[in-house]
Design a protein around this ligand. Structure first.
Ligand SMILES: [Zn+2]
Length: 293
């Protein structure tokens, strides 16, 4: 179909592939096992098999890790060992003859939320994706900010506590060590007498005794965002991802942290938006591939 794009959100276990219309609606979607050990070429072949009969004129991919958005090459991808140095841009554009854009997964999700939920109205936006990890994306003056080496927006690895809990990245006290899935579950084990089974963020969101857990998750998130707000003075903060479904359990403490800031001005104006969850990674990857044609 004219002006349709394919978006792929490539995770370590599964890849979501969607056909997206120009307004950001996902009209078809398929989930594909990523199977990283089979290598990137096998992934490209299996993804091609799925989209072969779809009609579109650009393809976007979001991957968890560092991506050179110009060449579409993976710089480092912790969950996809052996894929580093592979150019998805070359592999897909050679077989499909359409333009292909590759970017960081949090960048594309934030772009999706920025275009569809915020309608590109605010100029400067801090976006955070809450899931297994805590990702981030920055839109500055209407443009996705990638930084000097493509790794800007690693909000999850800002240090909140020098001697805090160990993070997956090897540092201590990162925001992700409190607000990523492993961090939330660690807080639950420390703060709750009786744990839901299975212990997941979703189960904790439904558990009435989990209030102190969400209070700390939201407070830590609020502290991290408050520092960024003082630096960037954004119009809006966009909170995306599965854990954002906990809603006010997380957003309430974030608002309280903002309200308690002594430096009032940047917090008075900032809009806190947590749009209903959709596959923002798929939507954003597709929409960004249109911008980059
Ligand atoms: Zn970290």
């Amino acid at each position: 179909m004219k002006n349709f794009s394919v978006g792929m959100d490539v995770g370590g276990t599964f890849t979501k592939i969607g056909l997206v219309d120009p307004k950001g609606h996902v009209v078809r979607s398929v989930e594909l096992p990523t199977n990283p050990s089979a290598g990137p070429l096998s992934f490209v072949r299996r993804a091609m098999e799925i989209i072969r009969d779809w009609k579109f004129d650009s393809v976007g991919l979001g991957l968890a890790g560092g991506v050179d958005a110009e060449t579409g090459t993976l710089l480092f991808v912790p969950n996809l060992k052996g894929w580093t140095g592979f150019s998805f841009k070359k592999a897909f554009s050679k077989s499909l003859g359409v333009s292909v854009h590759v970017d960081n997964d949090a960048n594309v999700a934030v772009w999706g939320g920025y275009v569809v939920a915020l309608k590109k109205i605010p100029r400067t936006v801090i976006g955070v994706t809450l899931g297994t990890g805590v990702g981030g994306g920055l839109v500055i003056d209407g443009v996705l900010h990638r930084g000097a080496t493509g790794s800007a927006g690693e909000i999850g690895h800002m240090t909140l506590e020098l001697d805090g809990p160990l993070c997956h990245c090897g540092r201590r006290g990162c925001l992700e060590a409190y607000a990523g899935t492993a961090g939330i579950l660690r807080l639950a084990r420390a703060k709750m007498k009786r744990l839901p089974s299975p212990l997941t963020p979703k189960a904790l969101a439904a558990d009435r005794t989990a209030g102190p857990v969400w209070n700390e998750v939201g407070t830590r998130l609020g502290q991290g965002l408050a520092s960024l707000i003082l630096v960037l003075n954004p119009d809006a903060v966009l909170i995306l991802g599965g854990v954002a479904r906990a809603g006010d359990l997380v957003l309430g403490p974030v608002r309280r942290v903002f309200a308690a800031q002594p430096f009032r001005e940047p917090f008075r104006k900032v809009v806190l938006a947590a749009p209903l969850d959709r596959d923002w990674g798929v939507v954003g990857a597709a929409l960004l591939s249109r911008e980059r044609r």
